[in-house]
Ligand binder design. Structure first.
Ligand code: NDP
Length: 293
């Protein structure tokens, strides 16, 4: 039996519709339009694509989109001045600084300059701390999207063994925190982990956020496990063309897993949808209005 394919595109469409509905409710009942400001420094081609797509989807959801494109040689002071302006702007409910930043800019300093209440990426140290202590936080978009899909496919996650491969601040660690909050027994694996295949073999849930193409093999996976593949890797096909693959060897894993996200079309589409959802949440919180459930 092959695994059920977890269709992230469908999930994202449903979530974006929910966001658009809540946005029109905020406009009609409260005369408020949620606004998302996205700051891009430099000309990284992948970042330009992401920023364009975020702006487009923000507008499609009925929200205001503010884009700030700064040159690669922007100074830290200039960037911090812009962030302070956005922090003070009552039309802006969410602020996102597209990463990576050019090398001369201190990423942690810049992220921590964002008002935590407007930190829709959930990367501010206050939001990381709130999440780690089980309090109301802005939750990073990628792990939030993974959790939504897991809840849908597994129902209650309580007591399940989860292995998160990767310990980055933007994916692995917050994913582990979210799963812990759901009462999973969580193992975080990383590049120094011993016996990774054995650990993965004991997991009911595997989240792969490694950044290594086709790294996790089907033979490692417990039959029936749910596999969430966060990885986005571009590999050569042999005919001079390239294609996107995940961190999981999809073809072998789908023969064993109970459910699995494809790449592309799995976690990726949910990330931007969660960004829009976080912006509406931030907007509602700023006016002490009920948040979308
Ligand atoms: P990072 O490079 O920041 O982290 C990768 C993690 O994987 C590290 O913790 C590293 O361990 C671990 N790792 C590396 N090699 C191994 C190994 N051989 N065995 C076990 N663990 C290993 O990546 P990110 O977390 O930012 O991203 C992970 C992947 O997810 C990337 O492919 C990225 O493109 C993708 N991504 C996708 C998103 C989406 O929307 N779908 C959003 C964000 C990321 P150590 O800490 O020891 O170095």
């Amino acid at each position: 039996m092959t695994a059920q394919i977890i269709d992230g595109k469908n999930f994202a469409v449903a979530l974006r519709e929910k966001v658009a509905e809540h946005t029109s409710y905020l406009k009609e009942k409260h005369n408020i339009t949620p606004g998302l400001a996205v700051v891009l420094v430099g000309e990284d081609p992948a970042s330009q694509v992401y920023v364009r797509s975020k702006g487009k989807q923000t507008i499609e959801a009925g929200m205001n989109s503010y884009e700030y494109k700064l040159s690669a040689d922007t100074s830290e002071t200039e960037l911090l001045t812009l962030i302070n302006q956005l922090n003070a702007d009552t039309n802006v409910h969410g602020i996102l600084v597209q990463l990576p930043l050019p090398e001369h800019l201190d990423e942690a300093l810049v992220i921590n300059a964002i008002d935590p209440a407007k930190d829709v990426d959930g990367f501010h140290i206050s939001n990381a701390g709130l999440l780690a202590t089980g309090q109301k936080a802005m939750v990073p978009c990628t792990p939030l999207g993974c959790l939504m899909m897991l809840r849908e496919y597994c129902g209650s996650l309580s007591g399940l063994n989860a292995v998160v491969v990767g310990r980055s601040n933007i994916v692995g660690k917050p994913m582990a925190q979210l799963l812990l909050k759901e009462s999973c027994t969580v193992t975080i694996a990383h590049s120094r982990t011993r016996n990774l295949p054995e650990l993965v073999g004991g997991a009911d849930i595997v989240v792969a956020a490694v950044g290594q193409p086709l790294f996790i093999k089907g033979e490692w996976i417990k039959p029936g496990a749910t596999v969430i593949d966060v990885g986005i890797n571009r590999i050569e096909q042999g005919d001079g063309m390239t294609r996107l693959v995940g961190d999981v060897d999809f073809e072998t894993a789908r023969e064993v897993a109970g459910a699995i996200t494809p790449v592309p079309g799995g976690v990726g589409p949910m990330t931007i949808a969660c960004l829009l959802a976080n912006t509406v949440t931030a907007c509602c919180r700023s006016y002490s209005l009920p948040e979308p459930q």
